[in-house]
Design a protein around this ligand. Structure first.
Ligand code: SF4
Ligand code: SF4
Length: 195
């Protein structure tokens, strides 16, 4: 993940001018996406090109096994949110200007827009954590839409920016940080496989 590598290089004092400057100490860096502004133009274009055929959901193992996740719904939720933001921007209503930008004569724009909502008002944690990242939805889509990329961006935001996540995932994260291995084994992988 280039954005993570950028932060690590910054902490180690390694400058890389090809990268976006890392967050300063006063700024809290954000990873992943919680709304459209964190997604790519391709993610948003995907939402508008979805034919709603449902092949992605039909192939999704999480959906097949009764989980709440539907990749088709994820893509359509991004479209709904894009429509919501577009309609509010078109209204020019100054109530949608973020508090820190408000002032006399300030007009509503995409840069100062804040309606207090995010994609998490459309998509629940239960949905994004149910994904197995199997890539079946991406392979099935007839118009090359990538619902998995959207799910991963949302999940990254929850785990890396909000420091949240399912409680039963926490031991795995701790093991990775301390041992470099999900199974709390101190040895390198090639060593424990020889034991
Ligand atoms: S990558 Fe996630 S959303 Fe896509 S088919 Fe697999 S489990 Fe379902
Ligand atoms: S398979 Fe592709 S086009 Fe069909 S519903 Fe899923 S994302 Fe949309």
């Amino acid at each position: 993940m280039p954005v993570i590598m950028n932060e690590v290089k910054s902490m180690m004092g390694i400058s890389d001018e090809s990268q976006v400057p890392a967050a300063t100490e006063a700024e809290i860096p954000e990873f992943g996406a919680n709304d459209l502004k964190g997604l790519t133009w391709k993610n948003i274009l995907d939402a508008y090109t979805c034919t709603e055929c449902g092949r992605c959901t039909a192939a999704c193992p999480a959906n097949i096994t009764g989980k709440k996740l539907s990749p088709r719904k994820i893509v359509m939720d991004v479209r709904d949110r894009a429509e919501d933001i577009g309609n509010k921007l078109a209204s020019k209503d100054t109530q949608y200007i973020g508090e820190q930008f408000k002032g006399d004569g300030v007009k509503l724009s995409a840069k100062n827009f804040n309606d207090g909502k995010s994609l998490f008002d459309y998509i629940t944690d239960e949905e994004i954590y149910a994904c197995t990242t199997c890539n079946a939805c991406v392979e099935e889509c007839p118009v090359m839409i990538n619902p998995l990329d959207i799910i991963l961006q949302l999940r990254r935001y929850r785990i890396l920016t909000d420091s949240a996540g399912p409680s039963d995932w926490m031991p795995m994260f701790t093991s990775l940080e301390n041992s470099g291995c999900v199974w709390q084994m101190q040895d390198l992988r090639e060593q424990w496989t020889r034991q």
